[in-house]
Design a protein around this ligand. Sequence first.
Ligand SMILES: Nc1ncnc2c1ncn2[C@@H]1O[C@H](COP(=O)(O)OP(=O)(O)O)[C@@H](O)[C@H]1O
Ligand SMILES: [Mg+2]
Length: 317
Amino acid sequence: MSRIHDALKKAEEERMASQGDPGPSSFAMPEAGELPMMAPLEEPRVVVDAGEPAGGVSHSSEMPSFASPFSLDALLARCPQLQWKPDEKTMLFFNGDDNAHGTEEFRTLRSRIYHTREKMALKKILVTSALPKEGKSFTSANLAQVLVRQHGRRVLLVDADLRDPRLHMMLGTTSSPGLSDYLQGGTDEFSIMQRGAMENLFFIPSGRQISDPSELVANGRLKVLLQRVEVLFDWIIVDSPPAVPVSDASVLAKACDGVLMVVRSNTTPAETARRAREEFPDQILIGVVTNGADHESSLSSRHYYDAYVKNVTESKS
Ligand SMILES: Nc1ncnc2c1ncn2[C@@H]1O[C@H](COP(=O)(O)OP(=O)(O)O)[C@@H](O)[C@H]1O
Ligand SMILES: [Mg+2]
C-alpha cells in the first residue's frame, strides 16, 4: 500500500470518526414571525472520496480505492435507479417549475436551516409533529427536494414512520426493501436505498410491514445506519410517526442532530403541540414549521404560532 494511500485512508477515517460525533450545540428556538433571510447558501461541502467533490461522479483511475465500504462509488454502484412516478400534487419540485405554489416557502425553510447550521452541527434532521396528518411526510419530502436542488448537494430521505409510511407513495415507488428490513438485520445499508431520476436524491423506504415498530426503532440499528452512511450525504431527512401517541419519534431523535416540528395551521391544538415539543430536548429542537397557513388564516395562525412559541419559551425557563 502506498504512503499516499495510507495518508488518504487515515484522513477519511478521521473524517468519518469526527462526523459520528456532532458535539454539543447551543442553538435557541428561532423568534416567532421572524422572516428568514435568503442568505447565500455556500456551505462547506462534504467530501466523500479524496479529491472528489460530493455530488460529482468522477471515476479517476489514479485515485486509490479505500477499504471503507461507504464510498461514493459503492453508493452509485449498489443503489438502484428506479422509475419513480411522483405525485405531482404533493411533490412540488418534481415538475421542474421553480415557481410552483408552495416552493418559495420551502426555499425559505432551506435558508433557515442553513442559518441554523452555522450555529450547530446539523446534518440529520428528524421531521415530526404532534398528531397524524399534519404534514410531516409532505414537509420531509419537499424539504429533501429543495435541498437537493442546490447544485451538487446529495440528500438522503428516510421513511422512519413504520406505522403509516407514505413517502414511497408520494415519490411513486416501492416500499421495500427498506428500513424495517435493515432494522431486523440481514441486509446492508445499500440494499435498502434507491434513487429516481432526480439527481442526488436518495431514498430509504419504510420496508416490509412489521408488527413491532417501537421495538425495531429502539433497537439501536437506526443510529448505526445513519452514522455509517452520513459521510456520503450533505443532508439526511428522517420522516417520523407523530410524537404524542407513540414514543418512536423521541427515540428516533436520538439518532439525529436536530428536530423540525410541524404544526398544522388552525388544526393542531396548542396544548397538544406543547406536549409533543416536550418529548425533545431543547438543544435539538431547531424550529417549527406551520403547515397549511393560507392568506385568509395567516392572522389567526400567527396568533397561534406566537402562543406556541411563547409556551415553548416558558417551558425552557
Ligand atoms: N401544505 C400542504 N399542501 C398540500 N397538501 C398537503 C399539505 N400538507 C399536507 N398535505 C397532504 O395532506 C395529507 C397528509 O399529510 P402527510 O404529510 O401525509 O401527514 P403526516 O405525515 O403528518 O401524517 C397528504 O396527502 C399530504 O400530501
Ligand atoms: Mg407521514
